[in-house]
Design a protein around this ligand. Structure first.
Ligand code: SF4
Length: 105
């Protein structure tokens, strides 16, 4: 009986630990993918670039998946998730969006 309780306790402890470890791994991958998705790091942009982005309501992730920078005619030089926006003359995320979005022709 004692042995069973010990084993059960160990199983319960492992059962509680494994899901937490899984969540930690998932959380880390979410942080990594979110960090990878940031093309226009505000800390690396000058005030002029920040100003035009703010005035055009630029976001790194579009609310409308049919209107993303990746489908915009102003994005070029795409490498991975990031490209260069002709309007901003700087980085933009292929999943991003701003008020100047225009479909590729
Ligand atoms: S104009 Fe706007 S939507 Fe188009 S690539 Fe630049 S930031 Fe993205």
């Amino acid at each position: 009986m004692t042995e069973f309780n010990f084993t059960r306790r160990k199983l319960l402890a492992r059962g509680a630990t494994l899901p937490l470890a899984g969540l930690a791994v998932l959380g880390a991958s979410r942080v990594a993918s979110a960090a990878d998705a940031i093309c226009a790091d505000p800390a690396k942009l000058d005030s002029g670039q920040m100003s035009i982005r703010e005035s055009l309501n630029y976001v790194e992730t579009s609310k409308d998946p049919t209107k993303v920078c990746g489908g915009c005619g102003f994005l070029h030089e795409v490498k991975g998730n990031c490209g260069s926006c002709m309007i901003f003359n700087g980085p933009a995320n292929i999943h991003g969006h701003c008020d100047s979005w225009g479909a590729k022709g």
